[in-house]
Design a protein around this ligand. Structure first.
Ligand SMILES: O=C(O)c1ccccc1NCC(=O)[C@H](O)[C@H](O)COP(=O)(O)O
Length: 214
């Protein structure tokens, strides 16, 4: 998200989380811009910072300046980086690309959630959901990679992730979100989520500590 309109649209239509890209990307925002956007977000919606192969100190500074509720790492970050950021956030999200060399495992680096994404994050390209080799990680996991308002219901039906993450599929052009597509995506995902998950599914991502303390 890069604009107030996009954030407000996602919140109004019931997003559980909104994301801000700090990695090298046409979607990149500064920590100061993100801080202004984060201030618009109510406590029950988690604000996620997206990083890739960035210095831990820079990630930490950015998370503090922007007031992020969650940190999502998309690169080759190893256990040391996860450990260094563990105390910085309530929710650490580890992105794993599929197809993968190793089985997809949850919690190896102390992360709270695994995001299963396509090999090139933010590319809008889907991975092959029907592939025989796909075994979902245990526990809560998020699905990403080429999702759109038209395919998210089918993806959730086939793979039953705990949550979904989208970027390109709600854009009119690269880096420019479309409020109409944001609305359509959330409606399509939420409708099926309610049917599949039933009452046992936690309604929300873990809340950031400062919100939980209130
Ligand atoms: O979005 C980017 O440009 C980006 C750049 C570098 C690292 C991660 C990036 N995005 C990560 C995301 O969380 C995307 O939402 C996810 O990869 C799905 O993207 P898309 O296939 O475009 O829906």
């Amino acid at each position: 998200m890069r604009t107030a309109e996009d954030v407000d649209t996602a919140v109004r239509h019931g997003a559980d989380a909104v994301g801000f890209v700090f990695a090298d990307s046409p979607r990149q925002v500064s920590a100061e811009t993100a801080r202004d956007l984060v201030r618009r977000v109510p406590d029950h919606v988690v604000t996620v910072g997206v990083f890739r192969n960035q210095d831990v100190t820079a990630v930490r500074d950015c998370a503090r300046t922007a007031g992020l509720g969650a940190i999502q790492l998309h690169g080759d970050e190893g256990p040391e980086q996860y450990a260094a950021l563990r105390s910085e956030t309530r929710t650490l999200i580890r992105s794993l690309a599929f197809p993968a060399q190793q089985p997809l495992r949850h919690g190896e680096f102390g992360e709270d959630l695994v995001l299963v994404d396509a090999p090139v994050p933010g590319s809008g390209r889907a991975w092959d959901w029907d592939t025989a080799g796909f075994a979902p990680p245990s526990g809560r996991w998020l699905l990403a990679g080429g999702l759109t308002p038209d395919n998210v219901a089918e993806a959730v039906r086939v793979l039953t992730p705990w949550g979904v993450d989208v970027s390109s599929g709600v854009e009119s052009r690269r880096g420019v979100k479309s409020p109409a597509l944001i609305e359509a995506f959330i409606k399509a995902a939420a409708a099926l989520g309610r049917v599949l998950a039933g009452p046992a599914r936690p309604a929300r991502l873990p809340r950031p500590p400062e919100a939980a303390a209130r």
